[in-house]
Design a protein. Structure first.
Length: 45
């Protein structure tokens, strides 16, 4: 499934954003700055 398909479905977009947010927060909490930046880049899409 591609990002274009995710963007078409609002509910799926909300779920993906929630997952990315949790991944970002976990990376920050664990001191993984490079990982957090990569996740933020995906999140902004």
């Amino acid at each position: 499934m591609g990002m274009s398909e995710v963007k078409k479905d609002q509910e799926l977009t909300k779920k993906v954003c929630g997952v990315l947010r949790r991944m970002y927060e976990e990376a920050i909490d664990n001191g993984k700055e490079r990982r957090a930046k990569a996740i933020a880049k995906l999140w902004r899409g």
